[in-house]
Design a protein around this ligand. Structure first.
Ligand code: NAD
Length: 276
């Protein structure tokens, strides 16, 4: 049952834990008894989130830039030394830069790849060999519904999230025999700060993932965090949520051309909005 999973004594690292989905995951883990390191590029905000975590476990905030491979490696080593193991790693930090792709600079492309893709790679490169040695561990990567479907105007973001899905599913089948579990999380719109975030040429992220995609309300980070813990407990490979996202995913698998048409409609809707 959601919320009653006992994670007493387990250690966890959550990246991007200073806000939104990562903060909600950290809250849920501490409630379930885990000792959680909340790692985020924004140390101040993460300190506030950690202080607010309440439960049988513990919460420690640390500054981490996931695009810095050495820093990620050091953090994983420190957590292993302090807690005797790294039981769970949540590669969750992410950024989005939306808009017409010809308006993005190469620096924009690289920034999104450095955080959304290399950030996940750095986490896995540091923690997976350790988990193999431990004979246990759980890696949870936050991708997106945009990692399963085409998402024009979020093209670079979508590229990184498709890569995270492929990485997660491939690693999962390889890691199973070594006692390491892998889950990839693919939500549609979630009510977090990312919805009010970056775009070029007036691109409106919130409008794109709600009105343009035909979603009435973004789901709450806390309900997503509860679903993530439940999917981990059941050792699921992939979590696609909510139900409308699962329907879109299934439709796209049954008919990729229908998926392309639906994606093109979303792009048209945003362009009409931008044209006023
Ligand atoms: P958010 O902006 O609320 O949180 C993202 C956190 O990541 C922030 O605290 C930010 O400081 C941190 N971060 C950014 N760059 C970092 C870096 N280099 N190193 C460490 N931390 C860094 O957004 P969120 O919605 O909670 O995003 C979490 C994850 O969920 C992201 O990977 C995002 O792509 C994914 N996601 C979000 C939605 C949504 O609608 N909110 C949907 C699908 C997937």
């Amino acid at each position: 049952m959601i919320g009653t999973w006992d994670l007493g004594g387990k250690s966890a690292i959550v990246t991007g834990a200073g806000s939104g989905i990562g903060a909600a995951i950290a809250h849920r883990l501490v409630t379930a008894g885990a000792n959680v390191v909340l790692a985020d590029i924004d140390a101040e905000r993460t300190g506030v989130v950690a202080a607010d975590c309440d439960g049988a476990g513990s919460a420690t905030a640390t500054r981490l830039d996931v695009s810095d491979a050495e820093a990620v490696k050091d953090l994983v080593a420190n957590v292993a030394a302090d807690h005797g193991a790294v039981d769970m790693l949540f590669n969750n930090a992410g950024i989005g830069v939306g808009g017409e792709t010809e308006k993005l600079s190469l620096a924009d492309w690289n920034r999104v790849m450095d955080v959304n893709l290399r950030g996940v790679v750095h986490g896995i490169a540091a923690a997976y060999p350790l988990m193999v040695k431990q004979g246990r561990g759980h890696i949870v990567n936050t991708a997106s519904l945009a990692g399963l479907l085409p998402a024009g105007l979020l093209t670079v973001y979508s590229m990184t999230k498709h890569a995270v899905v492929g990485l997660s599913l491939s690693l999962r089948i390889e890691a199973a025999a070594k006692g390491v579990k892998v889950l990839v999380v693919c939500p549609a719109a979630v009510e977090t700060a990312i919805l009010d975030g970056e775009g070029v040429g007036g691109f409106d992220v919130r409008r794109y993932v709600t009105t343009d995609q035909g979603v009435k309300t973004a789901m709450s980070p806390d309900s997503l965090a509860a679903e993530i813990l439940e999917a981990m407990r059941k050792n699921k490979a992939i979590l696609v949520t909510p139900r409308t996202a699962r329907l879109a995913w299934i439709t796209n698998r049954l008919s990729p051309s229908l998926g392309m048409l639906a994606g093109a409609r979303v792009v048209r809707s945003q362009r009409q909005y931008l044209a006023g």
